[in-house]
Design a protein around this ligand. Structure first.
Ligand code: C2O
Ligand code: CU
Ligand code: CU
Length: 494
């Protein structure tokens, strides 16, 4: 019996053994009902801002052939050193791996943790055997050689652990890193680079004097694990010094569950130039971007016109429609301190890339995925509450079989009162339509994506060109507590 099924059976029938059919009947009666009248969407966790006096750390860059070791590290997140996890001895997180399109990854990965882990390359179109499937584990003390070519276009991807049962905890404790692909199309645009290109990994943590806490209670499985400390690149409430020019911000929401409604305190525009799968066809200006766990954003921000000495904050503004635990508060994430007057000749290109829109009529089939949650009351903490098509993740079951190279239309239907950022491994897709809820697509949802947010009662249709590499991949909610709770299915490309 799988652990999750055991918890499901044992959690609420202390001392008695229920026959399978009784269990099914009871589970069916729970579905979609709030049996005790409790608010199961959860309470928000208030962000406590720091002083914005710590300089923004920039993760070291590494080549795609440098080894990585998952290990216990000491990290200075907000003043004192705490225990965390990292992919190098330097501290929390991992190096930013950078390589050119056409290059090869050849990374010797060692697991120096005391439990299983692995690495999933989020956003990369690579063979299933290299993708970090939840069952492709690297045991404590073991190593694995990740070896694969990177053929896709320029993009900001990332890597993180993905072993079944330890993903959410290990990510929360610090295991994550950026993976940047460059190509000639992107470099011909002469976008801000070097110290004018800032990677920003945004993550919230529950932090105490003894370190990062990770011990989700039942209601935190419903909301996802949300913390009071918001850090960027491993530092709480940091600041960066900027000059009066354009910067390129490469943003990852690497949080377990928290969604940010990004904005600038001076109400300046973000010029969105890309997302998970790389550049958009044209830049789009917007003042707000809702960014959910797993999603990335490539934006230009112009500090020209700001007086030396002025300060601009990257903020998250309150938002609605995302359930009771999210969006209730506006808070500041990091500070940009304008310290230098320069002349900037950069002009935002009017065209960035060419993206041919896929057509729904070309899809060979449509699959529907209903996101559902079984609401229980009385503080019963059982597994498997978050489901897709009435199922929780089972490594022994292939849920969908997809023909290699097929173009398919996948529809997600969020019937719950919680947000769910849905993510597919091994592909980049186009978002076709959102109905219900916000009833529209955001400017940041054009181009190619690998994660798409569904707020409560939303339906989202995506067009997915599957690759030719055969093998088993997963798709799941990137609220990592939902994922660990079973909101994940397997698809096999045959
Ligand atoms: Cu970043 Cu399976 O995910
Ligand atoms: Cu992924
Ligand atoms: Cu979810």
């Amino acid at each position: 019996m799988k652990r999750r099924e055991f918890i499901k059976l044992s959690g609420w029938s202390t001392g008695s053994v229920l026959a399978g059919s009784t269990v099914l009947a009871f589970l069916a009666s729970c579905r979609k009902h709030d049996m005790g009248g409790m608010n199961m969407n959860g309470e928000p966790v208030e962000v406590i801002e720091g002083a914005f006096t710590k300089l923004l750390p920039i993760p070291q860059e590494a080549t795609a052939t440098a080894p990585l070791t998952a290990q216990a590290v000491s990290a200075n997140i907000s003043g004192n050193n705490v225990a965390a996890l990292g992919y190098s001895a330097n501290g929390i997180l991992g190096p930013t791996i950078r390589l050119n399109q056409g290059g090869n990854v050849n990374i010797n990965f060692r697991n120096a943790l005391s439990e299983k882990t692995n690495i999933h390359w989020h956003g990369l179109k690579i063979p299933a055997a290299m993708d970090g499937h939840p069952e492709s584990i690297v045991n404590a003390g073991s190593s694995f050689n990740f070896l694969f070519p990177v053929t896709q276009r320029a993009a900001l991807c990332w890597y993180h652990p993905h072993a079944d049962g330890t993903t959410a905890k290990q990510v929360a404790n610090g295991l994550a890193g950026l993976f940047i692909i460059n190509d000639s199309e992107e470099s011909s645009l002469n976008l801000p680079s070097g110290s004018n290109e800032l990677p920003l990994v945004i993550q919230d943590k529950k932090l105490t004097a003894s370190g990062i806490q990770y011990n989700p209670a039942g209601d935190e499985i419903m909301t996802g694990y949300i913390g009071e400390t918001v850090m960027v690149n491993g530092a709480a409430s940091p600041y960066a010094e900027v000059a009066t020019r354009y910067y390129r911000l490469r943003i990852l929401n690497g949080s377990n569950a928290r969604i940010y409604n990004l904005a600038l305190s001076n109400n300046a525009n973000f010029v969105v130039i890309g997302n998970e799968g790389g550049l958009l066809p044209q830049p789009v200006s917007t003042k707000f971007v809702l960014l959910s766990p797993g999603e990335r954003l490539d934006v230009l921000v112009n500090f020209a016109g700001q007086a030396v000495g002025s300060e601009v904050f990257l903020e998250s503004r309150a938002f609605t429609g995302a359930g009771t635990a999210q969006g209730q508060q506006s808070f500041r994430i990091m500070k940009f301190k304008v310290t230098q007057q320069v002349n900037d000749s950069f002009v935002v290109p009017s065209t960035l890339s060419t993206i041919t829109p896929l057509s729904a009529s070309a899809a060979s089939r449509t699959r529907t995925f209903t996101l559902d949650v079984m609401q229980m009351s009385g503080g019963m903490n059982m597994g498997g509450m978050h489901q897709i098509n009435g199922k929780v993740y089972d490594a022994m079951r292939i849920d969908e079989t997809v023909a290699a190279g097929a173009l398919e239309l996948w529809e997600f239907d969020n019937q719950t009162d919680e947000p769910h950022p849905m993510h597919l491994h091994g592909v980049q897709f186009q978002v076709l339509q959102r109905t219900g809820g916000r009833n529209q697509l955001l400017p940041s949802e054009g181009g190619w994506k690998d994660t798409v947010l569904l707020l409560p009662k939303e339906k989202v249709r995506i067009l997915v060109p599957f690759g030719n590499e055969r093998g088993v991949f997963v798709m799941h909610c990137h609220n990592l507590e939902h994922e660990e709770d079973g909101m994940m299915l397997q698809f096999e490309i045959v």
